[in-house]
Design a protein around this ligand. Sequence first.
Ligand code: MG
Length: 248
Amino acid sequence: MIIIKSDEEIARMRKPNRVVAELLDYMGGLIRPGVTTKELDTKAEAFIVKRGGKPAFKGYHGFPATICASINEEVVHGIPGKRRLNEGDIIGIDLGVILDGFYGDAARTFAVGKVDSQALRLMKITEEALYKGIEQAVPGNRLYDISHAVQTHAEAAGFSVVRDFVGHGIGRELHEEPQVPNFGSPHQGPKLERGMTIAIEPMINEGTWQVRVLKDGWTVVTADGKRSAHFEHTIAITEDGPEILTRL
Ligand code: MG
């Protein structure tokens, strides 16, 4: 069942989502060659706690950290650790916050120093695909209009769309119905209504769409070792169209 939120509930959801957006900006300012992903994680947790929230991912199905940090061929769910960022890497940071009973969730992929032109293109197309999807999040459209818009933009650029992981409803739970795939046929799926709150999160690969999970049980990598990018916003569907809750 898709849970419809009242205006008051959406107002409450703005709080955790604002913290998520501010924290992603802060992370962006810390990312440079030599930094470890553990250092980013420690600072992220302190930031959330200072703002009165709790990390949403830490302990979720046993995930051990505040942020997911996924470098280059890592798609999502990378575990922060001693690895140092290198010039030319790209790193996806995905993070969630719970505050006042509601969740916020967003992700961005950042360049570490100077990266090659194909990495820049992959990140640009993935972020554009996210916004193409968000544009479709209007009352009266169907869910897979979002999916189709994301897929069309990514594939037109010669990239591929991860199938095994998808976006999701969000609210009093981190993951609510519906699942929001980044591929699909237009005019299909549940009708979108005012009061739905969803996280749209394209994961776009340079090469094959196929992925596998490393032995740590979490880190998802591309099957061919080529790079992947990930951008995500939490949005609310309003009468006037989508409101991006994780944008400042
Ligand atoms: Mg998410």
